[in-house]
Ligand binder design. Sequence first.
Ligand code: AMP
Length: 557
Amino acid sequence: MTQETGGFAAFNLNPNILAAVIATGYEEPSAIQQQSIPIIMAGQDMIGQAQTGTGKTAAFALPILHCIDPAKREPQALILAPTRELALQVATAFETYAKQMPGVTVVAVYGGAPMGPQLKAIRNGAQIVVATPGRLCDHLRRDEKVLSTVNHLVLDEADEMLKLGFMDDLEVIFKALPPTRQTVLFSATLPQSIRAIAERHLRDPQHVKIQTKTQTVTAIEQAHLLVHADQKTSAVLSLLEVEDFDALIMFVRTKQATLDLASALEAKGYKAAALNGDIAQNQRERVIDSLKDGRLDIVVATDVAARGLDVPRITHVFNVDMPYDPESYVHRIGRTGRAGREGRALLLVTPRERRMLQVIERVTGQKVAEVRLPDAQAVLDARIKKLTNSLAPLVADAESTHGELLDRLTADIGCTPRALAAALLRKATNGQALTLAAIEKERPLVPNSAPRGDRPERSGDRPDRGDRERRAPVPLAEGRARCRTALGARDGIAAKNLLGAILNEGGLAREAIGRIQVRDSFSLVELPEDGLEKLLTKLKDTRVAGKQLKLRRYRED
Ligand code: AMP
């Protein structure tokens, strides 16, 4: 075991869980993990205030796995998540951490998939059930005893569950669980409604909140870019094209990610290396020395491995994976801007991590401006600038050394000097795209900005004032289609009910759903154009507030 896993080893988790954590490449527990794991392992109730990106899933998954008995083939832990997307993510995380625990099975229970196999998996002895509240209630209606053996309950993103209108379902679920169970609640915010739930359903809960001291950041220009998780590498490669850097450090979360990203960079010709907790001390020193003297330009590191790294040449920090907390963000970006020099820090943010960005902005008291990926023109300009810079110094005496050769070659080939210079350029640039059209073709499919309008409008929650303004046609975002249902406010519908139903039954990511407008006798929802027909078929039998949704494409003209 490497020294860096000492942090996880200190919890005394079941050795099979520890082995899986090490295999996953985690080097040390995040702050929320550090505090929550012992409390949950001890069987206590807990309220954790943490958002996505802090490592909260492992903060409850590891101790819950530790507490279950693999020999008992019955549901022992129930995790409730607001959406199908999150339920699947949490279930996958459990599977990863339980990889070396024979006999442990996890079932994800959500709408939009047939109920039979889900119920069968539960009855067949899955110890961990990860569910969305709506679908779980459907199961309870079929079999009210299905949760009677659960002795650990986790509410993940409790505030989101309430926003999506799951309060009544939660109450049904609480009633179906043994009163002696352990209850753990995670929520990014703690509004009164969440406190009320905690008061009614948690016993003497411990509170865990990551303390955030105000941090100062100076002389560092900060920016963020919205990307989807699977497009980070291509985003990094695009950014590198236009950033004028000397040396650069990139932060990622796992050892594997250091290796993957460093080799992607090397493949593109960058002088890059990985730095992680598995790398021996002498090798680590070699990497740092190489970064200092310019044999390397980019180091891809985990937080642990970058500890104490001080290289004045570093002009840029890329936070490719989100840090767990603002302190760590400030720490990371402090690697640049050394010795009074200007530095630049870029943070990649996935749509789900936006809240973490807000926390960072609040704690540092600074706005982290949004930047977009460079467009093809910017990439072209940057490539030509680099080429110009590399050729300009060679021009001065080239004619005296190679002029005669040029005359001879043009005569032998029978071409103009311009044609020969062009051929030499083609050779020197080694197939690099150097026209707009060629660059556009090779560009990654990263959206310039992740969809902004993904927060559904909750107009349905408000009284219908100012209706006239809201009736003005709203331009549709590209790639979106407007759909209509005959259900409206008079049917007791609010925007959150529509959102909850579509997310869970349609299996969409939250980002995929645009504006929701609830009128008295109908509602409009913006959905992705891509795959719309399939989605509408999937939602064919969906009911909201007891009535058929019957969503149809809506054409304004
Ligand atoms: P979460 O906040 O639970 O959504 O986790 C965010 C990401 O951090 C996930 O991709 C996890 O796999 C990763 N992660 C969680 N804990 C650690 C850790 N201790 N070290 C490295 N990565 C982690």
